[in-house]
Design a protein around this ligand. Structure first.
Ligand code: NDP
Length: 318
């Protein structure tokens, strides 16, 4: 038994000091006696660390902590933790699943959908030339929107779009049923899912199967003039193929919220590519309080011998 059980907040890429207060408050309330420390804290004895929470934690570090009972992502994605080949195979890995975050994602995708559906992209291009010309308008029921990924985010997004009258379909790995949404599953149904879409949204996790999924072949399978919204992960898109699809006019435009390298470097061509809207990974996030409470509750659960909530399937990669 550790003398001073500690939850280590850790990231090589992000400053997590802003989360410390929320984690300390959650620990006081939900797991009394749990100390919260920020990596690298010289005062922490490796043997006291019972849980780690973070984003891009140093590879090999979890394997060096002998009392580690839980590794928690502070976000919905986990690919940044799973890249560590040395992760102990039985170490429970969790992520954040939050209804408010899913509603935030639905808002963001609704905005991106309306951007194309109501022709805001065209109106903005015309404004640059002082051109007064109404873009074509049609009812939402005539715009087909496809959501790749019907998980915590994608399901809420698909429901929200359907509630606004859009013709919505969804695509997942296993067959799913979402009311008001035409559901497709697996690689064998990808073509049928993609073919009718006016707007396609990625809300897929980054896995070996989804890395590079949106390549030249994938863009060629879209209806000419379809628009793309990526809120999944940047590595799912082969950028030269996206740029070519835009240049050739096969792709009407793209709203990109996620990138392989974030922040997107100031000299990156995407900032200045016509037809691309760059947003800074802002689609949705859970509040510090929700993140802290979910993770600290899970620390209390594993210390009580219970399975943590929102556990990730390590073998499937999400
Ligand atoms: P979930 O794990 O709840 O859902 C993932 C969905 O993707 C599931 O429906 C799953 O299918 C499907 N999927 C996974 N692999 C494949 C595949 N190879 N082919 C088809 N479908 C597949 O994740 P969330 O909904 O919580 O989050 C999804 C992703 O969204 C996150 O991993 C993250 O990358 C991104 N995200 C981005 C944010 C932003 O601000 N831009 C904020 C939050 C999340 P099945 O249902 O069959 O398992």
């Amino acid at each position: 038994m550790s003398a001073s059980p500690t939850l280590l907040l850790c990231s090589e890429t992000d400053d997590l000091s802003g989360l410390l207060g929320a984690f300390e408050a959650a620990a006081d309330e939900l797991c009394p006696g749990l100390r919260v420390a920020l990596w690298p804290d010289a005062g922490v004895d490796d043997r006291d660390v019972v849980a780690m929470a973070g984003w891009f934690v140093p590879q090999g570090l979890p394997a060096r902590l002998p009392g580690l009972q839980l590794l928690a992502s502070i976000g919905a994605g986990v690919e940044h933790l799973l890249r560590d080949q040395a992760l102990p195979p039985d170490l429970p890995l969790t992520r954040i699943v939050d209804a408010e975050q899913a509603r935030g994602m639905a808002e963001f995708v609704l905005w991106a959908t309306l951007h194309y559906h109501r022709g805001l992209d065209r109106a903005l291009q015309q404004q640059a030339q002082a051109l007064w010309r109404m873009p074509p308008q049609r009812p939402a029921s005539q715009t087909c929107v496809g959501v790749m990924g019907l998980g915590a985010m994608g399901t809420e997004v698909a429901r929200c779009l359907a509630a606004h009258g859009f013709a919505v379909s969804g695509w997942s790995r296993q067959p799913r049923a979402v009311e008001g949404v035409r559901c497709w599953a697996g690689d064998a149904q990808l073509d049928d899912f993609l073919r009718p879409l006016d707007i396609v949204v990625s809300l897929l996790p980054l896995t070996e199967a989804t890395r590079g999924l949106c390549n030249a072949d994938w863009f060629a399978r879209l209806k000419p003039g379809a628009a793309f919204v990526n809120c999944g992960r940047g590595e799912q898109v082969v950028l030269p193929d996206l740029l070519q699809a835009l240049e050739r006019g096969n792709l009407r435009g793209a709203v990109l919220d996620v990138f392989e390298h974030e922040p997107l470097p100031a000299d990156h061509p995407l900032w200045r590519t016509p037809g691309v809207v760059v947003t800074p990974h802002m689609a949705s996030s859970a509040s510090p309080q929700v993140i802290a409470r979910q993770i600290v509750s899970n620390v209390a659960r594993v210390r009580a011998g219970l399975s943590p909530l929102h556990r990730v399937g390590r073998e499937r990669g999400y």
